[in-house]
Structures are given as structure tokens and as C-alpha cells.
Design a protein around this ligand. Structure first.
Ligand code: AMP
Length: 492
């Protein structure tokens, strides 16, 4: 199959209604991620799902979009209770899911709310009395309300268990089973979990009916034939200078540079062409014929540098590509893996360089959590950054199970470029103790600190305890980084 044909994938194929497609477009997404492509059609068909997908794969949309699609049809049952219930382990996750619901449901009249530990009861009681289509909840607090007779599940059609493994790790097995038992038998159940190991499989057997198993492949691929490194850039100009340095390296034969937006790709391709590079852009605004011709020119070697959006992250199979350069990091961590897979093909050795601006640390740590390994920090002599790497990944709000220890990555070599121009060196030592030598910060909500469930409260490890929970709410920033290139809705 022609590789360039693989890169046309769109949300239209998933048969979602126009309101959702508009919201998806407004979110800047063009192509569904793997988990979305696999899960959405099955969920929309009404079948139960058991999906293994980590954070960073776009899994939230994989259950929120089919839920919203289902809610387009009026309920068959009179009442005010939620028609979709999403259970998730922590307050932070609940907030993020609720944000996603708001984003994807913005062109609908659907009502949603969340019930989490640590928030005042009266507000939640009012929410549960009002008509509700979707409810996002952490198990402990929801059980509290159920025990007080405040939750009406008579209309419930869909139950989603998000991060099921983590809910079980936190000791929520009983609440989850109790909540499921209180919902109608006729419901559809979608279970998402990073792993199916341990009790997740058993829980699934009890709660799901003939589920379709979905597994997103390749997340942990090591790409040992690809040298991966990051360069920290102080600002946009610094990024450009680092880019020129990489493009001028002697071992570079052909490169793909990924940008976040279509406009960014056009602008950068134009600049590089002016600087004398045999360069072309590739993105989703180009007609298919033009895209194919560009790929052919790249294949023939007429184009040395391709500046592309994530439309080129998959499927493109050109053995001459020695370098992948992430001028902007991808929105979805999973796309990082697809992007770098454009080099090091057919047994060749490849180089993947990511340029990290001040706003990119959160995305970088999401990528590192997703792939399970830390990327080598390198500096170019003469182009050193003036700032230090922020501790803990730059106010990273991303969740997932941090899994870094020095053991897995050590000994970290002082990277020396093979190129005489290169002259990289490992940067960590320059900053004293690396933030990765410690356990990365885990935001703790009250739900994690101790949920009210009967008389017992759950401690972090899930074991019931009886101490009073602290009323302190952790300060977590949900601010989105600003984009440098292009506009929102201008992706791919
Ligand atoms: P999740 O794995 O659900 O936490 O999603 C990770 C990130 O990917 C979030 O910032 C989403 O907004 C983003 N995202 C989800 N679906 C897509 C998509 N199809 N294209 C681009 N970004 C996406």
C-alpha cells in the first residue's frame, strides 16, 4: 500500500454527529488517535469495551465522544438522574474529564457535573437534584451520596470506569462494585485501564458483558535504533538557531520537522527555503494530489527537509530520513512515538531531536511517562540555554503513573556528538540534582488522602483508615501552554 495513503484518517469515518465533529474541529484535532479509532465505533455500536490505554493516548475522548453520541437520542426513562456515569480515581482526573466533556459537548445542550472528594456537599446535593446527562465522580464521595439516598440511577445507560487499575490500587474495588450494582443491568460498560493485570481482569469479568478487548500497541516500543535527545530552547529564536545547528549536521541526509500547526509548517518551510534548503511543507490543508507529489519528491531525494504536521506522523516510510526534529512537541504523547518512527527505518540508524521551549516541559513529561523512558538532555556548545529545567517537569499537570528511576536510565552518558560540529554534552549535571532522581510529584486530592466511605476512609494505598482528612486542596495549575506558531484550530 502506498504509504501516503495511510496518512488520510479522519473523524468523519467514525460517524459522529455534526455537533461533535464541530467541537472536535474546534479542539484542533483532525485525526483520531489509535484508541479513538478503535474504541469509538465499538462503543457507539453499544458493545461493552475493555481497553488498555495509557494517559496521553487520547483515551478520554475515546469514551466521552461515544457517550455524547449516545446522549443525542432522548432517554426512554422519565427522571433527572445521570444517563452516563464516569468513575475515575482522583479529583484531578475528574476535573480533566469534566473539562473534556465541556469541550466536546459545547455545541450540544447536554448537562454534566462532577462529584469529588474535598468539595462542599451542599453544591453537590444541588447538582444531584438537578437534571443531569453526564456525571463524573470519584467512587468514595459518590458512595457517600448514594448512602444518603441522593443518587438516582434509574436512567443510567452507560458506565465508564476510567483508570480502573488505579482505582483498584487505591482500594476502590468495593465502592466500584457497589456503584455498578446500583445501576441498571441493561447499561453499557466501558472499562479503560493502563493494564489488565491483577484484579482488573476479575473486575471486568464481573461487570462487563462480552466486551471487545482493545489494546493500543507500540507505546512502550524502545526504538533502540533511534538516538533520542532534547535541546532546551529559551525562546523561539533560540529554537531556530538550534534547528539550524541540527540541519547543518554532517550526518543529516533527509529530515522531517514536525510543527504543531499547518500555518507553522508553511511558515517554517518558507523560511528554510529562503535559507537555501530543499524544503517542502506537508499538512492536511493540501489537496491529496499535492501531498502525494511532495512525498514522491521526498522519496526521490529532491526534497531534503520536509516540514509537516502530525498528518505525516504515521505511515510515511522513507528510508532516507536520518533525522526527525520536533520543532513543536505533539499534542498527544502517543504521536511522539509515531513521529520518531519516521526515522531509523529498514535497519538504518536515526536521530530524533526535540526542541523544548519554556512552555513544553509538561508535554515532555507526558511523553516520558507515556514511553516509560527519560529523554537525554543535550546542549550544543555555543547555544546553551540560559534557564534551568524546572523541577518536577515545569508544573506538570499530567497524570499517569510516573515510572522513572535512575536505575532504568543510568548510567546516563555524557552525550558527545559524532559530528565535528555537534559537540553535545549531557546537561543534567549542570543543574545539580536532577528532578528525576526523586519520585516525581503526585498531586494529592482529598479523595486520595481519605475518602469518606461508610465510617472508613481510604488512605493513599487504598487501605481504609480512620484519621480525619485534611481539608487542604492542592494547588494545581490547569493553565494550557500558549502556542508559538499558528492559531487554534490550525492543526495538522
Ligand atoms: P488523554 O490521553 O485523554 O489524556 O489525552 C491526551 C491529550 O491529547 C489531551 O490534551 C487531549 O486534548 C489530546 N487529544 C485527544 N484526542 C486528540 C486527537 N485526536 N488529536 C490531537 N490531540 C488529541
Amino acid at each position: 500500500m502506498a504509504a501516503e495513503e495511510d496518512i488520510i484518517l479522519s473523524f468523519q469515518e467514525l460517524n459522529l454527529n455534526d455537533n461533535l465533529l464541530r467541537a472536535i474541529e474546534a479542539s484542533g484535532y483532525t485525526n483520531p488517535t489509535d484508541i479513538q479509532r478503535q474504541a469509538i465505533p465499538v462503543a457507539v455500536s453499544g458493545r461493552d469495551i475493555m481497553a488498555s490505554a495509557q494517559t496521553g493516548t487520547g483515551k478520554t475522548a475515546a469514551f466521552v465522544l461515544p457517550a455524547l453520541e449516545k446522549l443525542q437520542q432522548p432517554s426512554q426513562v422519565q427522571g433527572r438522574g445521570p444517563r452516563v456515569l464516569i468513575l475515575t480515581p482522583t479529583r484531578e482526573l475528574a476535573t480533566q474529564i469534566q473539562d473534556s466533556i465541556k469541550r466536546y459537548a459545547r455545541f450540544t445542550k447536554l448537562r454534566s457535573g462532577s462529584i469529588v472528594g474535598g468539595a462542599p456537599y451542599p453544591v453537590q446535593e444541588r447538582l444531584l437534584r438537578s437534571p443531569l446527562d453526564l456525571l463524573v465522580a470519584t467512587p468514595g464521595r459518590l458512595i457517600d451520596h448514594m448512602e444518603r439516598g441522593r443518587v438516582d440511577f434509574s436512567r443510567l445507560e452507560m458506565l465508564v470506569l476510567d483508570e480502573a487499575d488505579r482505582m483498584l490500587d487505591m482500594g476502590f474495588i468495593e465502592p466500584v462494585e457497589q456503584i455498578s450494582a446500583a445501576t441498571p443491568d441493561s447499561r453499557q460498560t466501558l472499562l479503560f485501564s493502563a493494564t489488565f493485570e491483577g484484579n482488573v481482569e476479575k473486575l471486568a469479568r464481573r461487570l462487563l458483558k462480552d466486551p471487545m478487548r482493545i489494546q493500543v500497541a507500540g507505546a512502550k516500543e524502545k526504538h533502540t535504533q533511534i538516538e533520542q535527545r532534547v535541546h532546551q530552547a529559551d525562546d523561539y529564536d533560540h529554537k531556530h538557531r538550534l534547528l539550524s545547528h541540527v540541519l547543518n549536521s554532517e550526518e543529516l541526509s533527509q529530515a522531517i520537522i514536525f510543527t504543531a500547526t499547518k500555518r507553522g509548517a508553511d511558515d517554517l518551510a518558507e523560511e528554510l527555503t529562503e535559507q537555501g534548503y530543499a524544503c517542502a511543507a506537508l499538512h492536511g490543508d493540501m489537496k491529496q494530489g499535492a501531498r502525494n507529489r511532495t512525498v514522491q519528491r521526498m522519496r526521490r531525494g529532491d526534497v531534503k527537509v520536509l516540514v509537516a504536521t502530525d498528518v505525516a506522523a504515521r505511515g510515511l516510510d522513507i528510508t532516507g530520513i536520518t533525522h526527525v526534529i520536533n520543532f513543536d512537541l505533539p499534542m498527544v504523547a502517543e504521536d511522539y512515538v509515531h513521529r520518531i518512527g519516521r526515522t531509523g527505518r529498514g535497519g538504518a540508524f536515526g536521530v530524533a531531536v526535540s526542541l523544548i521551549g519554556p512552555q513544553d516541559w509538561g508535554k515532555l513529561s507526558q511523553i516520558e511517562r507515556f514511553t516509560g523512558h527519560r529523554l537525554e538532555r543535550s546542549v550544543v556548545v555555543g547555544l546553551e540555554p540560559t534557564r534551568s529545567e524546572p523541577r518536577g517537569g515545569g508544573g506538570d499537570k499530567h497524570r499517569g503513573r510516573p515510572n522513572f528511576s535512575r536505575k532504568g536510565n543510568a548510567p546516563r552518558p555524557r552525550s558527545q556528538s559524532a559530528s565535528p560540529r555537534g559537540n553535545y554534552r549531557g546537561q543534567d549535571d549542570a543543574f545539580g540534582q536532577s528532578p528525576y532522581s526523586q519520585q516525581p510529584r503526585q498531586p494529592r486530592g482529598r479523595e486520595q488522602q481519605g475518602n469518606s466511605y461508610g465510617n472508613a476512609r481510604f488512605s493513599d494505598n487504598g487501605a481504609p483508615r480512620h484519621s480525619k482528612p485534611s481539608g487542604e486542596r492542592p494547588k494545581i495549575s490547569y493553565a494550557r501552554p500558549q502556542r508559538k506558531t499558528g492559531q487554534r484550530g490550525d492543526y495538522r
